[in-house]
Design a protein around this ligand. Structure first.
Ligand code: BG6
Length: 491
C-alpha cells in the first residue's frame, strides 16, 4: 500500500550526510507537494542529547541555502521544520528504539488517516559499521504493525564493505533481518538526470540500436573529475581510495547502463537482471591496464598517514567478454585534485572504412553525454566548413539541457531517489547480487593495492593526472580530436 501515514526516520540526524543531503532532499519533496503535512512525519534519531528545536536549528541553514530567503521561502522552511521531531538514543540498545517506536506509533494513532495503515522509512545516514546493529534494533522494536497494512523499508548508503568478503558479510547480516524488497541501497549517480536518461536514449531511438556494438564503437570512456582534493575527509578517504569511493560504485553503475543488453521490460527486476549479467561478463583486470595516481600534498593532510598508498586517481580498463563488446575497451577514469570538475561518458566510433576525407579530418565521431556540470549530450561529427572552400571541420549536434529545457529545474539525485523509496520503486537501487558482482571485479586489484604491491604515481595538484594515464588511453585505442573543443552554448 502506498497511501496512509508515512513516517520517515533519519538515523544519524545530526551528521553530515543528513544535514547536507537527506534533509534538503526531503524539504524539496515537501515543497513540491510530494510530502503532504497531513500524512507525513519526520523523525531524527542520533546519540547527541539535543532538543527538537536544536536539531531544527542545525538543519535550517542547509535548507535556506537551496531555497532562497524571501518571506515565503522562510515560512516554508519553518513549516517543514515543524514536521521534524528529534529522539536521542544509542545505536545498539533497545531503549532508544523502543522510545522511537512509541513516538512513531503515537503519531500514527493520532493521524488515523487511511484506516490504520503505516509506512515506515528508515534512512540510515550512518557509517556502515553500525548497520547490522541498527537493523537489528529496527527489526526488534520498530517494525510497522503488519496486520494493519503498510510497510517498513530501510535505505542504506555506500560504502557497502571494503571488498567482496566484507560486503558479502554485511549483506548477509542485513539479509537475515530484511528481505531484498525492503532494502534500498543508494548509489546517488543513479539519481542523476542524464544517468536516468541512458535507458531511454539507448532503447527508444533507432539511431543508436544498430551502432551500439563492437562493429562500430572503438572505445568507451566513463570519466569523473574533481578539481578539489580530499580536504576534511582524509580520514574516511584514506581507508577507501578512489576506486572504492567512485569507480566500483558510481562509474560502474554508469558502465552497466551503457553496456547492458536490452531488458525484457522496464520492470526493476528485469533491468537489474541485465546489469548483473554484464557485470558478470567483465574479465579480470590486467595490471598493464591500470594506472594509479596520488596527488602531491595528499599526505600533508593530518588525517592521512605519511606513508599512505591510497590512490586519489585511477584509470582502469574493463573488458567485456560477450558478443556485443569483445575487443572494446571501457576506460573508467576518476580523480581528485585535477584541473577540472566534470563527469561524462564518451563513446568513440571507429574510423570510416575507405574514407576519402581521411587526410583532412580532425577526428572521429564521438557521442558525449555530459552528466555534470551543465547537462548535455552532443555528437561530434565532420561537416563541410561553411564557405567557398571545400574543406571539412569537426562540429557537433548539441542538446544542451540549459538551452533546450529553459526554466526546467533538474531535481537533485537524492530527491528523486528518496521519492522512489516512498513509492517502492527499486529500479535505481543496487540489488544484492549486483553489488557482489561489482566487488568481484575490483577486489583482486584492491587487495594488491592494500598490500602495497601496486603503487600510485605522483601527480601535480590541478593537473590532468599522471601522464601514464593518457598513454594508457592511447594504447587502448582512443584517438584525440585535434583543434576542437566543445563550447557549451550560452543562454
Ligand atoms: C561521493 C564520494 O559518493 O560522490 C565523494 O564519496 C564525491 O568523494 C561525490 O565527491 C561526488 O558526487 P557528485 O554528485 O558531486 O558528483
Amino acid at each position: 500500500s502506498e497511501t496512509g501515514c508515512l513516517s520517515i526516520i533519519v538515523l544519524g540526524a545530526s551528521g553530515d550526510l543528513a544535514k547536507k543531503k537527506t534533509f534538503p532532499a526531503l524539504f524539496n519533496l515537501y515543497r513540491q507537494g510530494f510530502l503532504q503535512s497531513n500524512e507525513v512525519h519526520i523523525f531524527g534519531y542520533a546519540r547527541t542529547k539535543i532538543s527538537d528545536d536544536e536539531l531544527r536549528n542545525r538543519i535550517r541553514g542547509y535548507l535556506i541555502q537551496g531555497s532562497g530567503s524571501s518571506d515565503k521561502q522562510l515560512e516554508e522552511v519553518s513549516k517543514f521544520l515543524q514536521l521534524i521531531k528529534y529522539i536521542s538514543g544509542s545505536y545498539d540498545s533497545g531503549e532508544g528504539f523502543q522510545l522511537l517506536d512509541k513516538e512513531i506509533s503515537g503519531y500514527e494513532f493520532s493521524k488515523n488517516t487511511v484506516e490504520g495503515s503505516s509506512r515506515r522509512l528508515f534512512y540510515l545516514a550512518l557509517p556502515p559499521s553500525v548497520y547490522p546493529s541498527v537493523c537489528k534494533m529496527i527489526k526488534n522494536n520498530c517494525m510497522n504493525k503488519s496486520d494493519l497494512g503498510g510497510w517498513t523499508r530501510i535505505v542504506v548508503e555506500k560504502p557497502f564493505g571494503k571488498d567482496l568478503g566484507s560486503a558479502e558479510q554485511l549483506s548477509a547480516q542485513i539479509g537475515e533481518l530484511f528481505d531484498e524488497p525492503q532494502i534500498y541501497r543508494i548509489d546517488h549517480y543513479l539519481g542523476k538526470e542524464l544517468v536516468q536518461n541512458l535507458l531511454v536514449l539507448r532503447f527508444a531511438n533507432r539511431f543508436f540500436l544498430p551502432l551500439w556494438n563492437r562493429d562500430n564503437i572503438a572505445n568507451v570512456q566513463i570519466v569523473f573529475r574533481e578539481d578539489f582534493g580530499t580536504e576534511g575527509r582524509g580520514g574516511y578517504f584514506d581507508e577507501y581510495g578512489i576506486i572504492r569511493d567512485i569507480i566500483q560504485n558510481h562509474l560502474l553503475q554508469v558502465f552497466c547502463l551503457v553496456a547492458m543488453e536490452k531488458p525484457v521490460s522496464l520492470k526493476p527486476e528485469h533491468i537489474r537482471d541485465e546489469k548483473v549479467k554484464v557485470l558478470q561478463s567483465v574479465v579480470p583486470i590486467k595490471d598493464e591496464e591500470v594506472v594509479l595516481g596520488q596527488y602531491k600534498g595528499y599526505r600533508d593532510d593530518p588525517t592521512v598517514p605519511d606513508n599512505s598508498n591510497t590512490p586519489t586517481f585511477a584509470t582502469v580498463v574493463l573488458r567485456v567478454h560477450n558478443e556485443r563488446w569483445e575487443g572494446v575497451p571501457f576506460i573508467l577514469k576518476a580523480g581528485k585534485a585535477l584541473n577540472s570538475r566534470k563527469a561524462e561518458i564518451r563513446i568513440q566510433f571507429k574510423d570510416v572504412p575507405g574514407d576519402i576525407f581521411k587526410c583532412q579530418k580532425q577526428g572521429r565521431n564521438e557521442f558525449v553525454i555530459r552528466l555534470q556540470p551543465l547537462e548535455a549530450m552532443y555528437m561530434k561529427l565532420t561537416v563541410k566548413q561553411p564557405g567557398l572552400e571545400m574543406s571539412t571541420v569537426q562540429s557537433e549536434l548539441d542538446l544542451s539541457y540549459g538551452q533546450r529545457y529553459q526554466g526546467v529545474t533538474i531535481p537533485e539525485a537524492y530527491e528523486r531517489l528518496i521519492l522512489d523509496t516512498i513509492r517502492g520503486d527499486q529500479q535505481h537501487f543496487v540489488r544484492r547480487d549486483e553489488l557482489k558482482a561489482a566487488w568481484e571485479i575490483f577486489t583482486p586489484l584492491l587487495h594488491r593495492i592494500d598490500d602495497g604491491e601496486v603503487k600510485p604515481l605522483t601527480y601535480q595538484l590541478g593537473s590532468r593526472g599522471p601522464a601514464e594515464a593518457d598513454q594508457l588511453l592511447e594504447r587502448a585505442g582512443y584517438v584525440q580530436t585535434h583543434g576542437y573543443i566543445w563550447i557549451p552554448p550560452t543562454l
